[in-house]
Design a protein around this ligand. Sequence first.
Ligand code: SF4
Length: 240
Amino acid sequence: MDYRSLRRSVAGGLDRLEAAFGRPRLGRSLPPLDELILTILSQNTNDLNRDRAFRSLRQAFPTWESVMEADPARIEEAIRCGGLAHIKSRIIQEVLRRVRQERGRLDLDVLRRMPAEEARRYLSGFRGVGDKTACCVLLFACGHAAFPVDTHIHRVARRVGWVSSGATPATSHAVLAGLIPASRYLVAHVNLITLGRRLCRPRNPDCPACPLRRTCRHARRGRPPLRGAPRPMARAGRPA
Ligand code: SF4
């Protein structure tokens, strides 16, 4: 498929996802530094536990200053429900110390005024902050055009055929950011994650129920029956 056809196919797929899942809006609007800490807490856990850990941290420590200066064991305790508490507590304190040292205050609002690429490079310079985390901060808190690719989006994109099946997460990010119009980044990000969680699960994807099944490379190869279609009869002479 040439690039123009692929872009059309992606646009059609996003239309079908919007028809199925709607046009979700972001339910939060946090300052960039808060969004960064929230996204660090989201690593290797679900949204519910991420939010619980963030709330618990804010309740235990009213300011980022107090988090920065706290005994790491107390932070660990506060965010334990989000998993990987030992690592995350250290990363959060390192981020806060570096922001304070480089910016003179615990505030990253400057990212909103930086060019997106510069802001992404700045964030990616922190230990424990990868491309996905940086893009989440840029998209959700800074209003920049950035397309975060998480594990669900990476899996869906490879199965559908929007990126090659052997693509790395970095390649998926680069390819998808070019294929998807910037104006659709937010809705596409949320809907692809919804698809990955509900239907295109790591194991046993529910292809018959999927809005992308007709154009999906994985579904075509596996040829799962369309939902509601009669199952093919077993051939005579072969075990059913
Ligand atoms: S058709 Fe199946 S493999 Fe393809 S995106 Fe949908 S659930 Fe995933």
